[in-house]
Structures are given as structure tokens and as C-alpha cells.
Design a protein around this ligand. Structure first.
Ligand code: NAD
Length: 318
């Protein structure tokens, strides 16, 4: 029998989960109170499908396996995995997660896509089986990017994290189990640090949004896609690797290069960042840019697998 993913909240991220699960041959049941939710989701799946076909569909993959319901309680019935993707507001998430927990079978894992909240805070109002409410934080576009950060809370057992790990692997993902719960998990902490610094550079008139993006795309970003931060710096140390890198560049860490605290989002800074990004988009719609990004990511995942085969399971079905 097919596995069933239940998706609560079908915005950018919920729809990404839906497209991924359908491509892996799962049944999907969705709930979102917005009036146009079903139409938006079906359009989203149609646009994502060509990239998913290139990645490789499961035999039973079929967009017709998606159904919408108008009640959260009905949606969670029969689920093998439940994914919550409502807006990032703690009170709202707590309320929805406690309703899901009350209605769902107690052994079913409930993953929250939250970018920043800790699982113990999300579990607090759940009465039936709080431990199975965990953070399962994906990356946009969810249907292509393999990483999902799994974070258990105070009530979560190792066994529950293990069950979640297997479930997300069967959605062709690469689960990264985060050892300790912290706000922002791992990847968003890194992205936030870069983002704050980029905003300072724009705010101080050092660079435009376009120039900063060029620095990432043609400089650091290309290497990060293959090796991440530590391996990139290991190579920067020459034959002696990281040890020499730290000896040579370690002192610079003490220099006041980075600010890390975000600048005030003044109207002037907002205008600079928005106008700069719109200038770079040059009249192309977000949907058009999404398609270009997706084609690139499909090929990039192939390249990562070709040149870094140790990172097995990054692409397609595991
Ligand atoms: P979004 O605003 O695009 O979508 C939220 C959806 O939730 C909407 O469709 C809305 O109608 C629905 N919703 C609102 N109230 C609801 C309710 N009571 N029950 C069910 N559905 C309800 O937001 P998003 O960007 O998809 O973010 C969702 C979650 O994913 C957030 O927790 C966010 O932190 C996380 N996340 C976002 C990104 C990203 O890049 N956008 C990446 C990773 C994780």
C-alpha cells in the first residue's frame, strides 16, 4: 500500500513537500483554509513536475494522488507522516500542532517546517504524544533540495528521531540530525550571518545587491556547492590543509571584519535592497526565475554526485 503524507499549510514550503512526495509515489492529503489553496497547489505541482521528471520519478508517481480536504482532523487520518507548514508565528504553530496531535494516531511523526523555533517550544501544548512533534526543516525548493534538518525536543526519544530519519529518507531526502535544539537550527544560522553582513555592505554603500550576489556566485558560492565551508578552507591551507589555514588566517578572525548584528531596516535600506533585487531580476517574473533555478539545481545535483560521491543519496531515489 502507498504511504501517505499529510500536509498542513500549502504555501511555498507546503507545496514543495507535496510535489516531492508525489514524485516519490506517495499519496498526499492536504489542508489549507485559503480559498484558492487547491488551485495554487495544483498549478505549483504542474510547474515543478518537469524538473522532478528529470530527477527521476518513482514508478507510482502521479499528481492525481493528491487530495484536498476541508478539515484538519480528516486530513491527518491514515497519515504515515504529517508535515506542518503554517506561517512562522509561534502561537499559531502551537495551536495547529496541538490540534494535529489530538487528532492523529499517536505513533505518527509530525514534522514542523519551522525555520527558527525550537521543538520543545512547539511541543508544549501537545497533550497526546508530544515527543513525536519534531522540527523537520527543509530548504526551498523543497522538491529538489535534499537536506532536511531533524531536531527532537525534550519529549522526543532517540527511537522517534530514528523513525523520522527513515521516513524522510524514503522521500529521497538527506536528513541531518541536529544534536541539540537551538533557534535557527544549523543552516539558517549560517545563512543569517551572511545575510546580516550583506545588508551592512549595502547599508554602508560598499556594494550594490548585484555586486554582492556576484561575489557569492563567482567566488565563494561555487566552492560551497561542492564542499561546504570546512573542506573549502582545508584546501585553502595548501598541502598542510586546515592546520596551515588556521595558522595563516587565524589572526584575521580577531580583526573587526564582520558585524554580525543586523543593521536597522530603515526605509532607505529597504528601498536599496528591494530596488537592487528588482533591477537584477530585470523584468523577469519569479516563476521564470524559479524555472531557471530548478534547471540549474537538477544539473548541479548531478555534478555534486559526480565529484563528491561520498555524499551519496543526494539526488533522486535512495
Ligand atoms: P507561506 O506564507 O507561503 O504559506 C503559509 C500557508 O499556511 C498559507 O498557504 C496559508 O494559507 C496557510 N495557513 C495559514 N493559517 C493556516 C491554518 N490555520 N491551517 C492551515 N494552513 C494555514 O509560508 P512558507 O514560506 O511556506 O513558510 C511555511 C513554514 O515553512 C514557516 O514555518 C517557515 O519558517 C518555513 N520555511 C520557509 C522557508 C522559505 O524559504 N519560505 C524555508 C524553510 C522553512
Amino acid at each position: 500500500m502507498n504511504q501517505q503524507l499529510t500536509v498542513i499549510g500549502t504555501g511555498v514550503i507546503g507545496n514543495g513537500w507535496i510535489a516531492r512526495a508525489l514524485a516519490q509515489g506517495w499519496d498526499v492529503v492536504a489542508f489549507d483554509p485559503a480559498e484558492d489553496a487547491e488551485v495554487r497547489t495544483r498549478d505549483f505541482v504542474t510547474s515543478a513536475w518537469p524538473s522532478l521528471e528529470k530527477l527521476g520519478l518513482a514508478e507510482s508517481a502521479d499528481p492525481a494522488r493528491l487530495t484536498f480536504t476541508d478539515s484538519l482532523e480528516t486530513a491527518v487520518k491514515g497519515a504515515d507522516l504529517i508535515q506542518e507548514n503554517v506561517p512562522e508565528r509561534l502561537e499559531l504553530k502551537r495551536e495547529i500542532l496541538s490540534a494535529i496531535d489530538a487528532a492523529a494516531s499517536p505513533s505518527v511523526i509530525i514534522g514542523s517546517s519551522t525555520s527558527g523555533f525550537k521543538p520543545s517550544d512547539l511541543q508544549r501544548d501537545c497533550r497526546q504524544a508530544p515527543g513525536r512533534v519534531i522540527v523537520a526543516h527543509p530548504f526551498n525548493p523543497v522538491y529538489l533540495l535534499p537536506l532536511v534538518e531533524l531536531v527532537g525536543g525534550e519529549a522526543t526519544s532517540t527511537e522517534q528521531t530514528g523513525i523520522a530519519q527513515k521516513l524522510y529518507q524514503s522521500l529521497a531526502m538527506r536528513p541531518l540530525i541536529v544534536r541539540r535544539e537551538i533557534e535557527g537550527h544549523i543552516a539558517d544560522r549560517l545563512m543569517e550571518a551572511l545575510w546580516r553582513e550583506a545588508l551592512h555592505l549595502v547599508n554602508d554603500g560598499v556594494a550594490t545587491t548585484e555586486e554582492i550576489d556576484a561575489a557569492v556566485v563567482y567566488g565563494c558560492g561555487l566552492r560551497w556547492a561542492l564542499m561546504g565551508t570546512f573542506m573549502t578552507f582545508h584546501l585553502a591551507g595548501g598541502e598542510s590543509g586546515m592546520r596551515h589555514m588556521l595558522e595563516q588566517f587565524g589572526p584575521a578572525l580577531k580583526l573587526p571584519w564582520t558585524k554580525l548584528e543586523a543593521p536597522e531596516l530603515t526605509d532607505e535600506l529597504i528601498e536599496k535592497v528591494v530596488k537592487g533585487s528588482e533591477f537584477q531580476a530585470a523584468g523577469r517574473s519569479v516563476a521564470e526565475l524559479d524555472r531557471r533555478r530548478d534547471d540549474f539545481l537538477v544539473e548541479l545535483l548531478d555534478l555534486v554526485q559526480k565529484y563528491w560521491p561520498e555524499a551519496e543519496g543526494l539526488k533522486g531515489r535512495i
